[in-house]
Design a protein around this ligand. Structure first.
Ligand code: PLP
Length: 394
């Protein structure tokens, strides 16, 4: 059978394929230490699970309104008001099957064929592919090699008459960078001057260390009308498998996204929606322990990687990833061949050192590797010393 061009043009997810290979090796009995996970390794908190059980017992197992049940939308509005200082009505909210689905709906809704979408590098692997699926053109914003953040000059330089959107991810996967309020303010001026819109992926907002709670770009005057916020419960509440994400934006945009969802997935899982109410209505105490653990692991990983000669990275302050520059190691030879690419380096590390990480090229950055610290301190210690021992022998 013939595969349609729209699907042929997209790349498989490198993050998922490396995780899958690492899992397969583990099943074969190989002691692989995986730093490729894109999800917290903690269990979903008990009060959230209890709500889901209750929903099943009460027979809350049927279709719901496509865009989510009103109680969940209320909980989302409450969260946005309480934590982000933003006032939304239920009609400005849509609940989808994970934040990835919310992003897909938002990009499909806002991006016409040939529209240009500004995408800061390094970018989460899915954005570029979703833009292409919508027929849009991802226009990459280059970053400073040390900070991994784009400059305002670069932003202005890449704007053309076809630019429609900026895709922001704050805190960032893969870099862990958290954008400062002042920097966002300057971005806002440019967005408004050029009459553009923003999709702001804020899925990691609760996972920040040694810095303030991130500011949403939608909070600046005049920006709520131009922003679609994407968020969800996956990362904050360790609920990746429950598949609940949401978007908040102007009523007409949300309504259009709902039309799309009506004819694709319909509602997200009824039971998960009930669980998400418990998550979003809880106080942050529920996740405090997890955030503290992530912070300890982050420090451990920073320290271990700083010990490896030639490896550089901006200290991550958000999410649970560290994105480091391994360029000097690409020049090394392994079994007589120059390593050359981050993909090859990640493959060698997996096959020979039994460490799984994600090649930077999956995030548009050659020479880098992404390490997730959503794993135990013991694994970090063991894995990082394996990495060091392997690299210094190259
Ligand atoms: C930046 C970013 N946005 C969105 C998502 C998707 O989240 P969800 O599991 O809710 O679809 C991820 C997951 O890895 C992510 O890293």
């Amino acid at each position: 059978m013939r595969i349609a061009e729209r699907v042929q043009q997209i790349e498989p997810s490198a993050t998922l394929s490396i995780s899958a290979r690492a899992k397969a090796m583990k099943q074969e009995g190989i002691d692989v230490i995986s730093f490729s996970a894109g999800e917290p390794d903690f269990d979903t908190p008990l009060p959230i699970k209890e709500e889901a059980k209750k929903a099943i017992d009460q027979g809350f197992t049927k279709y719901t309104p496509t865009s989510g049940i009103p109680e969940l939308k209320e909980a989302i509005c409450g969260k946005l008001f309480r934590e982000n200082g933003l006032s939304y009505q239920k009609e400005e909210i849509i609940v989808s099957c994970g934040a990835k689905h919310s992003l897909y709906n938002a990009i499909m809704t806002l991006c016409n064929p040939q529209d240009e979408v500004l995408l800061p590098r390094p970018y989460w692997v899915t954005y570029a592919e979703q833009i292409k699926l919508a027929g849009g053109i991802p226009v990459i914003l280059e970053c400073h090699p040390e900070t991994l953040v784009f400059s305002l000059e670069e932003l202005k330089r890449k704007i053309t008459s076809r630019t429609r959107l900026l895709l922001l991810n704050n805190p960032s996967n893969p870099s862990g960078v958290v954008l400062e309020k002042e920097f966002l303010r300057e971005i806002v001026e440019i967005i408004q001057h050029y009459d553009m819109a923003v999709i702001s992926d804020e899925i990691y907002e609760h996972l920040v260390y040694e810095c303030e709670f991130p500011v949403s770009i939608a909070t600046f005057p005049g920006m709520k009308e131009r922003t679609v916020i994407v968020n969800g419960v996956s990362k904050t509440f360790s609920m990746t498998g429950w598949r609940i994400g949401y978007a908040a934006g102007p009523k007409e945009v949300i309504k259009a996204m709902e039309k799309l969802q009506d004819h694709s997935t319909s509602n997200p899982t009824s039971i998960s929606q009930k669980a998400a109410i418990a998550a979003l209505s809880s106080d942050t105490q529920l996740i405090q322990e997890m955030v503290e653990k992530f912070n300890q692991r982050r420090k451990l990983m920073i320290h271990a990687l700083q010990e490896i000669p030639g490896v550089t990275f901006p200290v991550p302050r958000g999410a649970f990833y560290l994105f480091a520059n391994f360029t000097p190691y690409l020049e090394c030879k392994f079994e007589g061949m120059r390593i050359g690419t981050s993909l090859k380096l990640a493959e060698i590390l997996l096959e020979k050192a039994h460490i799984a990480c994600v090649p930077g090229i999956a995030f548009g950055m050659e020479g880098y590797l992404r390490f997730s610290y959503a794993t135990s301190e013991a694994n970090i210690e063991k894995g990082m010393s394996r990495l060091r021992d392997f690299l210094i022998k190259l």
